[in-house]
Unconditional design. Structure first.
Length: 635
């Protein structure tokens, strides 16, 4: 049986005929005005006064005065059990009875924080409210009511809403530095009003000032100027030159450790926006997989285990990935996760040599290898290259003559020459090293920098090395970001224990959040797609750079045009000096690397190395190389 509506089941009541509500009494987005018969219903357990109102519209004096007041019907009462909220269309029982007596008390207003509710007087237009206009915002003077005694109101400054917290902090720092210690600065609210910035921006600016030690924030009391920091006394540190002087070695005849990093730091120097960077060895941000890196970092940070201490050798899952990526049947027990290639190289040399030992290197070679050898106190033995890599005829003689037990090679896209070891040359080097009981450190930095048009490349030297001659270095930094400093050392046999011990002494272990970020990157679905995209981009940039070099320096300037890596090794006319050319180019807004940085001995043929991955776009690379023509033509 259909249950009747409230107004159908209740006994009829007499109400005054309402006047039409003014159109402006019902605002956009509100419910329509409900009839008086529905509005004159008692709500609650106690009798209350009721009258017609626009249900769902909170009336105030301004709304009532905007049109003709609605005629108030006679007050009625009803029992709580038979009442339903007007406008809800809720059905009630048929046994409900009608109102019997008039309400004796007006309806209580809503909670203080809610909008002012309707009342009979407001609806009738009898309630008068005093209108007020907000005061204009003004600056807070010293000693005003909004500023506590002893506080300083900083001078008024208008700042756009998009102004950064850093800019705000800089402005405030200038004003605060001259204040006496203990002076209270403007409140958070005053600064929001003064700068027209968000509360978040003000909080960030105050945090920066706190970090700089200019203010001290006291909860519930405000922020105060801190005590002036004492000026450090002027001292004489010249005595340290004697303490740092070379010549103090651990054993007779051993070479002192050297820390000549000028060439290495040169490759890390950041160029200003007015300089086209043909020097840097890391991908420009436009080439980095930033979206994938951000997602990986966020996912890694949410892992609970990311904040626990990781195994010394690295996360098992990440070691498994490196083992599979390198190949040759390696397992996680053959992998040591470390902080990218440079760290792996330095750790290896310190673990496997003693100061004064010889180490065989390629010539030219990466400045980081020369610097790491010097820091370990090693004597470098350079071996020249040909189109297939390190020349084995010189290698056999060098190992026989120097008794070196360590040699370092870069098997793919060697930095800076760009040559790659052929499969035959790899076998020759392994055989010679094995014959002399020497270990080969294989710095495979360019394995994932193969260009889209490159042919098949030989596998790593360690892939065909069951006897443990090769120590392999693999890094993710070059193809992701300079900040994802994650790499691996791979080795078979007892040498791994020595490497692990040296790694623990150097750094204990690699940060777990960083390892998990790397794991998220390389196991994501888009990893191989990102490498393919990078390969196509590198091919385009290489083609642009080769064309520009040929047009500027001549067809014989490039002995090798590698289809991998990120650089070109450009030979210069004999009358030019690489360092002088680099200086002149920098003055003209182009950063290049002088060839002397890649040799451990002086007196080599002049070269410069050109990188084509650090500039924003390929067109920037081509234009900058062509502009070098004006530099080399100068007398």
């Amino acid at each position: 049986m259909k249950r009747p509506w409230l107004w159908e089941s209740a006994k009829p009541i007499t109400v005054a005929a309402p006047a039409p509500a003014a159109a402006q009494n019902t605002r956009d987005g509100r419910r329509r005005v409900i009839s008086a018969e529905i509005a004159a219903v008692v709500m609650g357990s106690a009798p209350v006064m009721t009258a017609e109102s626009a249900v769902g519209v909170v009336c105030n004096a301004s709304v009532v005065r905007s049109g003709k007041p609605i005629t108030q019907p006679a007050a009625t009462t009803a029992s709580a059990g038979q009442s339903a909220r007007a406008g809800s269309r809720a059905r009630v029982a048929a046994s409900a009875v009608s109102a019997r007596t008039a309400a004796s008390t007006p309806r209580r207003p809503a909670a203080d924080q809610a909008p002012k509710p309707s009342s009979a007087q407001a609806v009738a237009g009898k309630l008068k409210e005093k209108l007020s206009t907000p005061r204009a915002v003004s600056t807070v003077p010293v000693g005003s009511g909004d500023t506590a005694d002893g506080a300083i109101a900083l001078r008024s400054t208008v700042m756009n809403n998009d102004s950064s917290a850093g800019e705000m902090a800089a402005i405030l720092a200038q004003e605060i530095e001259g204040l006496p210690a203990g002076t209270r600065i403007s409140t958070h609210r005053e600064l929001v009003r003064r700068f027209g910035a968000s509360a978040t921006t003000v909080s960030q600016a105050l945090a920066l000032l706190t970090q700089r030690g200019l203010i001290d924030s006291r909860p519930g009391a405000g922020s105060y100027r801190t005590e002036t920091r004492p000026v450090a006394p002027t001292g004489d540190t010249s005595w340290q030159e004697t303490a740092l002087a070379s010549g103090r070695t651990g054993s007779a005849g051993a070479s002192p450790r050297g820390f000549n990093t000028s060439a290495l730091i040169g490759t890390l120097t950041r160029s200003g926006p007015e300089v086209t960077d043909l020097n840097g060895g890391y991908l420009h941000p436009q080439l980095q997989p930033l979206a994938a890196l951000g997602t990986a970092l966020a996912r890694a940070a949410r892992r609970v285990e990311a904040w626990d201490r990781p195994p010394v050798a690295g996360l098992p899952e990440l070691r498994d990935w490196f083992a599979a990526d390198i190949g040759g049947g390696l397992t996680r027990n053959d992998i040591l996760v470390c902080a990218a290639g440079q760290s792996a190289l330095a750790t290896s040399l310190r673990a496997l040599t003693q100061p004064g030992d010889p180490v065989v290197i390629e010539s030219p070679t990466y400045p980081g290898i020369i610097a790491a050898a010097g820091a370990a106190g090693l004597h470098t033995v350079p071996i020249p290259l040909d189109r297939d890599g390190m020349r084995t005829d010189y290698l056999h003689d060098a190992l026989s003559r120097t008794k070196a037990r360590i040699l370092i090679v870069q098997p793919l896209y060697q930095n800076p020459a760009g040559v790659s070891l052929s499969a035959d040359r790899q076998r020759e080097i392994r055989a010679i090293a094995r014959r002399h009981n020497a270990l080969v450190i294989e710095d495979d930095f360019g394995r994932h920098m193969r260009h889209a048009d490159a042919g098949p490349t030989p596998p790593p030297m360690i892939a065909d090395d069951p006897n443990g001659t090769v120590i392999h270095i693999r890094s993710l930094t070059k193809v992701t970001s300079p900040n994802l400093r994650v790499g691996a050392l791979a080795a078979r046999g007892p040498v791994m224990a020595r490497l692990r011990d040296a790694h623990v002494i150097d750094s204990m272990f690699l940060s777990a959040p960083l390892q998990y970020t790397a794991l998220e990157v390389v196991t994501a679905r888009g990893w191989k797609r990102a490498l393919a995209t990078l390969a196509a981009t590198l091919q385009h940039r290489r083609t642009t750079a080769v064309d520009a070099v040929t047009a500027t320096f001549g067809p014989d300037a490039l002995a090798n045009r590698p289809r991998g890596g990120y650089h070109l090794w450009v030979s210069l006319p004999s009358h030019l000096d690489g360092a002088q050319l680099a200086a002149a180019a920098l003055a003209g807004g182009i950063a290049v690397t002088p060839g002397d940085n890649y040799y451990s001995t002086p007196g080599n043929a002049p070269h410069i190395r050109l990188s084509y991955v650090a500039a924003p776009a390929a067109v920037d690379v081509g234009d900058a190389i062509r502009r070098l023509g004006a530099v080399i033509s100068e007398p």
